[in-house]
Design a protein around this ligand. Structure first.
Ligand SMILES: *Cc1c(COP(=O)(O)O)cnc(C)c1O
Length: 349
């Protein structure tokens, strides 16, 4: 049944093994970031037999689906205060930056007779989540350490998500400076120093992850074989563990430029279309409800030129015909969209 996404579990396992062993050589554990899978249990179950330190996801709904899987669960997105109890029930560990939320987790953990672990996030300049690294955080640490049902397990940072800031020895050394300051200032030991995501991997290759960083949270590199600081292929990893297949429902020769007065397309955008003369055009039975056309990478003699909710339009070379099935690789946003669409069938290889 089409559209379908073919999932090559062996290639995913290969990627996972390689990343885990590269990290382990440098004393770094790997948290398996599953958020792009939109709760797909088959894949997570298969990967969870490898030597990851945690299953990490942004959404509690996904972590709840992974309940039966052995690895400790890490909630990646800062918790909502309103879900504190569910967080404590579902996640062994959460990333945090707000004392009000941490207090709510403490209260929930007390009621559930447990201790909830947190990683305190520091913003090293990318300007997404975290305590700003130049601010004075000593009062915050003191308050956290006073909470009886919270364990400050570590600190972490997340880069290259909003501001596009690339991890380097300077900003990661800031994280190490914060670790040292907290450990000596408060006489505690931080167990986890989590130095980022797939964008930190290029440093690993160059042996430039500062000593003291002992965890990375990895999603994209594992699933799509790419590091994300420079968007390059990561040597030795498969880029094609996920392949989208969709079926042609129309193939016709038509003009390349629309006829009539042009205003907006079905998504309210003014289309920018170049007149290339007559064109062999194809329509696939999949649309923006499943994946944005620009997130597809054609694996054949065809080019994506646009789409609407339920159609993707292609320029075709060669002699493709109605009923043919075309294949694409996808980028990370594309994979996220496809895995989230209930109309895309999963096929395991
Ligand atoms: C998504 C996410 C990651 C993983 O990022 P990748 O680029 O997919 O490796 C790590 N940490 C946090 C907080 C995230 O939200």
């Amino acid at each position: 049944m089409y559209p379908q996404i073919e999932i090559n579990l062996e290639k995913l396992e290969d990627n996972a093994r390689r990343l885990i062993s590269l990290c382990r050589e440098q004393g770094i554990s790997v948290s398996l970031v599953t958020k792009v899978l939109a709760g797909n249990k088959e894949i997570v179950e298969r990967l969870a037999s490898l030597d990851f330190s945690h299953i990490a996801d942004s959404r509690l709904e996904n972590l709840e689906l992974f309940k039966g899987i052995k690895l400790p669960k890490m909630l990646l997105r800062l918790p909502m205060i309103s879900e504190a109890e569910r967080v404590v029930e579902t996640a062994d560990l959460s990333l945090n930056s707000e004392i009000e939320t941490i207090k709510a987790l403490n209260k929930a953990a007390r009621e559930l007779h447990t201790v909830h672990k947190i990683i305190l996030m520091f913003d090293l300049g990318d300007l997404r989540e975290g305590v700003f690294y130049r601010d004075d955080y000593s009062g915050l640490i003191r308050e956290i350490l006073a909470l009886e049902n919270i364990e400050l397990t570590g600190i972490g940072a997340n880069l290259t998500c909003y501001g596009g800031v690339i991890p380097d020895q300077d900003n990661l050394n800031e994280l190490i400076a914060i670790k040292n300051k907290i450990e000596t200032g408060f006489g505690i030991k931080l167990r986890i120093i989590s130095g980022g995501n797939s964008s930190s991997l290029y440093l690993l290759k160059k042996n430039q992850i500062p000593e003291g960083i002992n965890n990375l949270r990895i999603g994209e590199a594992l699933f799509l074989g790419r590091e994300t600081a420079f968007g390059k292929r990561f040597a030795g990893l498969h880029e094609d563990a996920f392949i989208l297949k969709a079926e042609l429902i129309e193939v016709k020769e038509k003009p390349s430029y629309p006829i009539g007065s042009i205003f907006m397309d079905s998504f309210g955008k003014i289309p920018k279309i170049v007149d290339k003369g007559p064109m062999r055009r194809g329509i696939l039975a999949i649309g923006k409800q499943d994946v944005y056309p620009e997130n597809l990478i054609p694996l054949g003699d065809y080019e994506v030129i646009g789409g609407s909710s339920d159609h993707i339009i292609l320029e075709l070379a060669g002699d493709l015909k109605v009923g043919d099935v075309l294949a694409f690789r996808v980028n990370y946003p594309g994979l996220l969209q496809l895995m989230s669409s209930k109309y895309v069938h999963h096929v395991y290889l």
